[in-house]
Design a binder for this molecule. Structure first.
Ligand code: SF4
Length: 340
C-alpha cells in the first residue's frame, strides 16, 4: 500500500488553537509522529532590539521536535498549543509548510533590513520532519538570493543533504554552521536524546562541513552535572570535536525551565534516581545551574578547550560583540535561553 493512501487527513480548523491548519498527517514512514500542516502568515520573527542574542531575526519552520531531548528548553512552547510538554512535544509537530514562499516574499521587500537570521534557536530545522517536507532548501535559497546572512544550529545530520547548497550560499552571504553535540557516551546519548542521530554521525557531519570550508562551531550544551561533566567525558568530547575539524566550542550548563524540568526529573527518577536529590537541590530556586557550579565547570573545561585549540576567533562570530560571554570564554551567558 502506498503511504499516501495511509495518510489520515483530519481537516479540523482551529485544532490546538493553531491558525491556518490545513490537515494533520500520519504516515508509516514516520511511525508515532503526527504532522500538523499549517499555512503561516509570516516566517521571520524579530528579536527584541535590546536582546543579547547575536542575531536579529529567527525562523522556526517547525514547532515541536522529534529529536525528543529530555532536557529540551523549548518544551514549554507546546503548552500554547494545548499540547503537553512531554510526548506531545516529541510526536506532534507543527509544520509551517509555506515557510519558503512566505520568507521569499518577506526578504524581497525593499524595506527588508538584511539582518542576521538564525535557524535552530527554538526547535531543530533538521529534525525528522525535514526529510518529508524539505523546507530548508527553499529557506536557504531565499536568504542567499536576497543578501541575507544566516546561521544554522542543529543536531540533525540531514544538514549534509544541503551542504552543497549552503556552500554555494556562502559565496554570496555570511553563513554560520553549528552542530550541537552534548553527550559523548552512546548509551547515555540514546537515553537522553532518543530521536537524534548518533554522536558519531553528527561528528561526521561536522567533518563534511569543514571539508567544504565551513568554520563549524560545536555546542557542548547542556553540560549535565554528574552525567557529562567528568574530566574524562569532556576530554574525549573535545578530542573528538577537534578531530572532526570543528573550529570552536561553546558550552553551557543545564538549564531547566518549567516544562523541561518535569520531563527531565521524570527521566532521572527512571534512569538515575541516585542523582535526583542533587538535581532537586541544584535547581530548587532557579532554572539555571548555580554560579558555583558554572564557575567550577569553567575551571574544568576552559583549559581543555585551549589544549585542543577550540577557542576559535572573533572572526567565527558575525556579531562577536553581541555574544555575551564570560571574559572571552566559551560559556554562553544565557546558554539555553534562545539556543539549545
Ligand atoms: S534540544 Fe533541540 S534538538 Fe533536542 S528536542 Fe529540543 S529543539 Fe529538538
Amino acid at each position: 500500500m502506498r503511504w499516501e493512501a495511509q495518510e489520515q487527513a483530519e481537516q479540523v480548523a482551529g485544532l490546538f488553537g493553531v491558525t491556518g491548519l490545513v490537515r494533520s498527517v500520519r504516515t508509516p514512514e514516520f511511525a508515532g509522529m503526527t504532522f500538523h500542516e499549517v499555512l503561516a502568515k509570516s516566517a521571520l520573527n524579530r528579536i527584541p532590539k535590546n536582546s543579547a542574542m547575536p542575531f536579529d531575526w529567527t525562523i522556526n519552520p517547525y514547532r515541536g521536535c522529534s529529536h525528543a531531548c529530555v532536557y529540551c528548553f523549548a518544551r514549554s512552547t507546546h503548552r500554547y498549543l494545548d499540547l503537553d510538554t512531554g510526548a506531545d512535544f516529541d510526536q506532534q509537530v507543527i509544520v509551517k509548510v509555506n515557510t519558503p514562499e512566505v520568507l521569499a516574499a518577506e526578504v524581497a521587500k525593499r524595506t527588508w533590513s538584511h539582518g542576521l537570521v538564525a535557524l535552530g534557536t527554538n526547535t531543530d530545522a533538521y529534525q525528522r520532519a525535514e526529510g518529508r517536507y524539505s523546507l530548508m532548501p527553499g529557506i536557504i535559497t531565499a536568504l542567499a538570493e536576497h543578501a541575507t546572512p544566516f546561521s544554522i544550529l542543529t543536531k540533525g545530520t540531514l544538514l549534509r543533504r544541503d551542504l552543497p547548497l549552503l556552500a554555494r550560499a556562502k559565496e554570496d552571504v555570511h553563513v554560520e554552521l553549528s552542530m550541537s553535540i552534548a553527550v559523548h557516551d552512546d548509551d547515555l546519548q540514546q537515553s537522553l536524546e532518543p530521536g537524534t542521530p548518533t554522536t558519531a554521525a553528527r561528528l561526521a557531519t561536522v567533518r563534511a562541513a569543514a571539508d567544504l570550508g565551513f568554520r563549524v562551531s560545536v555546542f557542548i550544551m547542556p553540560v549535565m552535572p554528574k552525567l557529562t561533566d567528568s574530566r574524562e567525558h569532556l576530554d574525549s568530547a573535545l578530542r573528538a570535536i577537534r578531530d572532526a575539524g570543528a573550529s570552536r566550542v561553546a558550552y553551557g550548563a543545564l538549564h531547566l525551565r518549567p516544562g523541561a524540568r518535569e520531563w527531565f526529573f521524570a527521566w532521572l527518577e527512571r534512569e538515575r534516581p541516585e542523582l535526583l536529590p542533587r538535581y532537586r537541590r541544584m535547581y530548587s530556586r532557579s532554572a539555571y545551574a548555580s554560579k558555583e557550579y558554572r564557575t567550577w565547570l569553567k575551571a574544568r573545561i576552559d583549559p581543555l578547550i585551549d589544549a585542543y585549540g577550540l577557542r576559535g576567533s572573533a572572526d567565527d562570530d558575525y556579531r562577536a560583540t553581541k555574544w555575551k560571554r564570560t571574559e572571552a570564554v566559551g560559556e554562553l551567558a544565557n546558554p539555553q535561553g534562545a539556543l539549545f
